[in-house]
Design a binder for this molecule. Structure first.
Ligand SMILES: C[S@@+](CC[C@H](N)C(=O)[O-])C[C@H]1O[C@@H](n2cnc3c(N)ncnc32)[C@H](O)[C@@H]1O
Length: 325
């Protein structure tokens, strides 16, 4: 594929379809990364390994893949799915933020393609004991790795009213953030998803939107619990440094906050000068390292949304590492 990538009308599907997470924009990811035999790929959010499997099939017989995920349960599923490719696959329990160190450890100087498919998988959302969903009752956890760090319950039960309102407002774009934060502080401790969802429902007026009243708050708490936006912002520069000249990075996001970070980063890295426009002479010494291949993000087709409604909010941006950078 040359030049700009447009949203495809290609058929979304996987080579093996019996895993609990259906990869989104599957064919579009393969069209963007153009995997080839002999090349090395990084899947920074391995999940159930659906995209990884596609990359390994397309890069047969000698393409290799490093797959990372923070969730040990996801990695167990991915190992099973990628069993037939084990001689070409390395799987590690890690954040994609640590990808440059891991690449050094395994002796890969750089990679030809990188995929980040951000957010949660169906395995995570559908298992009530992970605490991501307000549809079932479960512990208010929401961590990608349940062994590490503070859970959503820890945040809800310890942060101040002001801090909670800020999280719910900024990460959830929830207009009733202050009311919800006040209700949380009045009713805590809160330990379950159902208790929190019920409290939110009671705290805000009859909801005009078509979504469940707890949707935005749950999104906000998940983002805060896993420090998703900070991780993405901090990881992108290192990931792009790890790309070979001509290599591509594809990032799939599921909400506007993530998409904005990716868009701004790609835009900045595609410019030779990032001085303020009013400055007459360039003093920044910035050198462009990326060419943007998606002027607008690639969205799922109607067909994909019908087959997999969870794909509906996905969008993918793709960029290519410039030569000699
Ligand atoms: C949408 S799923 C990926 C699905 C995968 N592409 C597939 O085809 O099965 C997102 C995955 O990213 C993982 N994840 C989220 N943040 C991460 C991070 N900072 N580093 C590594 N994995 C992360 C989650 O645990 C989850 O398994």
């Amino acid at each position: 594929m040359n030049g700009t990538i447009n949203g495809g009308d290609s058929v979304a599907g996987t080579a093996s379809g019996h895993f609990p997470h259906q990869p989104v924009l599957y064919q579009e990811v393969l069209d963007a990364l153009v995997p080839k035999s002999g090349e090395n790929y990084l899947d920074g959010t391995l999940g159930a390994g659906g995209h990884a499997e596609g990359i390994l099939i397309s890069s047969a017989p000698r393409g290799r893949l490093l797959g990372l995920d923070l969730d040990p349960e996801a990695l167990a599923i991915a190992r099973q799915r990628l069993f037939n490719f084990q001689d070409r696959t390395i799987i590690r329990l890690s954040s994609f933020l640590q990808a440059p160190e891991i690449l050094r450890e395994i002796g890969w100087q750089s990679v030809d393609g990188i995929l980040l498919d951000l957010g949660v998988s169906s395995m995570q959302v559908d298992r009530s004991e992970r605490g991501f969903s307000f549809m079932d009752d479960g512990p208010l956890d929401m961590r990608f790795n349940q062994q590490v760090g503070a859970s959503a319950a820890d945040l809800v039960n310890t942060l101040s009213k002001k801090e909670l309102a800020e999280i719910i407002w900024i990460y959830g774009e929830e207009r009733y953030s202050r009311r919800i934060a006040r209700a949380i502080v009045e009713k805590r401790p809160i330990h379950t998803t159902r208790a929190l969802a019920q409290l939110i429902k009671e705290a805000i007026p009859e909801y005009a939107a078509h979504i469940h009243p707890a949707t935005r708050t749950f999104q906000a708490l998940r983002i805060a619990t896993n420090q998703e936006l900070e991780t993405l912002s901090s990881a992108l520069p290192g990931l792009v440094k790890s790309l070979k000249s001509g290599g591509r990075i594809a990032v799939i996001s599921f909400h506007s906050l993530e998409d904005r970070i990716i868009k701004r980063f790609f835009r900045r890295e595609s410019k030779d000068c990032i001085c303020p426009p009013e400055q007459p002479v360039c003093t920044c010494d910035h050198v462009a390292s990326l060419k943007i291949l998606t002027k607008k993000p690639i969205r799922p087709t109607e067909k994909e949304i019908k087959e997999n409604p969870r794909s509906s909010s996905s969008r993918m941006r793709v960029a290519e590492k410039l030569m000699n950078t």
